[in-house]
Design a binder for this molecule. Sequence first.
Ligand code: HEB
Length: 87
Amino acid sequence: TQVSADAGEKLFGSVCTTCHTAGLMGAPKLADKADWAPRIAQGKDTLYKHAIGGYQGKAGVMPAKGGSQASDEEVKAAVDYMVSKAS
Ligand code: HEB
């Protein structure tokens, strides 16, 4: 199922912003191209997988879905939103 681009911005604003606006604990900052370029270079499938399932990276821990109960599609839309801001 598809969700709207708005759903991505909305989830970002309610959940992801906690870490990704200020760049807390090593989180790549929204709209910071230098932070995002090497991550975007991994490909979107990796970004989706990491955002949905969580992972331990070199900078810190990305919690699965940011600790939220969002659907996979909503999390993907939020990743798309973050990537669009850094492109
Ligand atoms: Fe995060 C990372 C998304 C929330 C913390 N993230 C990340 C990434 C992405 C994301 C896409 C990249 C990946 C790669 O590179 O592979 N997030 C996201 C989203 C959200 C979030 C969409 C909402 C849902 N985070 C979050 C939170 C936090 C975080 C809430 C805190 C708590 N992250 C993070 C970190 C990182 C990330 C720390 C980095 C890690 C490493 O080391 O790399």
